[in-house]
Design a protein around this ligand. Structure first.
Ligand code: ATP
Ligand code: MG
Length: 363
């Protein structure tokens, strides 16, 4: 079986270091591993509209921002198909048929949908499109026969829901769709990177992000203003490392060789953590180190972005071509789906023969 990746991001803002740790960095590694036959990276504008219906301009503006972030991180259109979700009408058609395979109560139980409804204060006015976006995500994944979906932890319930749809479809209509596997980041810190405000998840919608495109000074200011352990008031006080965003970020981003260069009195993160827990290590010193680590990671991305920003028409062309390739792939799957569901009447020679005989025999 060929190995296929499908993943993507909503164009609701520029991409942040949570995306990078949770999915983007991994995607680039997988792309360059040469182990995958096809890689599809989707800018999920139709999904972004499910909770931004009154603000299409936001989505329109952010498509290019996300594409610039992709290219600056190393996604390569020669190796990965970059495309825009709304340009593939087959995805809507697939969603429409999958809707019959999912119950309202199952969607209501989806923990990510539940928490996002709460976060967006939808209460009882939940847009139907938003409520059903896990189904459209199943369409996105299955349209490309994806075997692997590299995402952050918040997406686990979506992949679970997709797998249920695949099983249901295949058991009702016969083996047609591919069962995908989620690929989560290796470390707990990258699964769900917290915001700089210490909230559980860095998210564009929560305004607590370090963006990949932030300037050196913006990154420095954000790191220095980060939430730490509120009980760690004086340098000599013992500090808490668990749940402390500064240490979670170090977990996600720092390497041992950076200690030798920036903080030679410690050999690794464990030694730094031990000192913080014992007391006697100030937040400012840790944050300064984190800033150096983040700048080292982000500087090459920033530099590449500045180059790509000079080539905007070319980037739209990459997305147009990618969308064409993606549409051809999705169209193939849609026709397999319609054949399995026996709604491909005009190419169903058996049906036409059967009906001809039925009427000829007069019954
Ligand atoms: P929005 O607030 O509009 O939902 P978002 O910041 O949650 O935006 P998405 O576009 O929904 O971003 O997510 C894109 C991908 O990035 C998904 O695979 C998701 O799991 C991953 N991701 C998003 N935020 C984080 C995070 N804080 N830590 C790890 N992975 C993340
Ligand atoms: Mg999200």
């Amino acid at each position: 079986m060929s190995k296929v990746i499908l993943t993507g991001d909503r164009p609701t803002g520029r991409l942040h270091v949570g995306h990078y740790a949770g999915s983007l960095k991994r995607r680039v590694e997988l792309q360059n591993s040469g182990e995958y036959d096809k890689i599809f990276i989707m800018i999920a504008d139709a999904q972004a509209l499910t909770d931004n219906a009154d603000n299409p301009e936001k989505v329109r503006q952010n498509i290019i921002e996300v594409a610039l972030d992709y290219l600056s991180c190393g996604l390569d259109p020669e190796k990965s198909t970059l495309f825009i979700q709304s340009q593939i009408p087959e995805l809507c058609e697939l969603s429409f048929y999958y809707m019959n395979l999912v119950t309202v109560s199952r969607l209501q139980r989806n923990p990510t949908v539940k928490s996002e409804i709460q976060m967006r204060n939808f209460e009882t006015s939940i847009p139907v499109g938003f409520f059903t976006y896990p189904i459209s995500q199943a369409a996105d994944i299955t349209a490309f026969h994806a075997t692997t979906v590299p995402v952050g932890e918040d997406q686990a319930p979506m992949i679970e829901q997709t797998k249920e749809i695949v099983h249901k479809f295949n058991s009702v209509y016969g083996e047609t769709l591919t069962d995908p596997s989620i690929l989560l980041p290796d470390s707990q810190a990258c699964m769900r990177l917290p915001g700089i405000d210490g909230k559980a998840k860095m998210s564009k919608s929560l305004n607590n992000c370090i963006y990949l495109s932030d300037s050196e000074e913006e990154v420095r200011q954000k790191v220095m203003s980060m939430f730490t352990d509120p009980g760690h008031l004086r340098v000599q006080d013992p500090g808490k490392v668990e749940g402390n965003p500064v240490f979670i970020y170090l977990e996600a981003f720092c390497r041992d060789d950076q200690f030798a260069r920036y903080l030679p009195e410690y050999r690794n993160l464990q030694e730094l953590k031990d000192h913080y827990s014992r007391g006697g290590l100030g937040d400012v010193k840790v944050k300064k180190f984190l800033n150096q680590v983040m700048q080292e990671e982000l500087e090459p991305i920033r530099t590449r972005r500045r180059e790509f920003e000079k080539r905007i028409p070319e980037i739209y062309e990459i997305l147009r071509k990618g969308s064409e390739v993606a549409q051809a792939e999705a169209a193939k799957t849609l026709s397999e789906v319609k054949r399995a569901m026996k709604i491909n009447y005009f190419e169903d020679a058996a049906l036409i023969r059967e009906q001809t005989e039925r009427f000829a025999s007069g019954c």
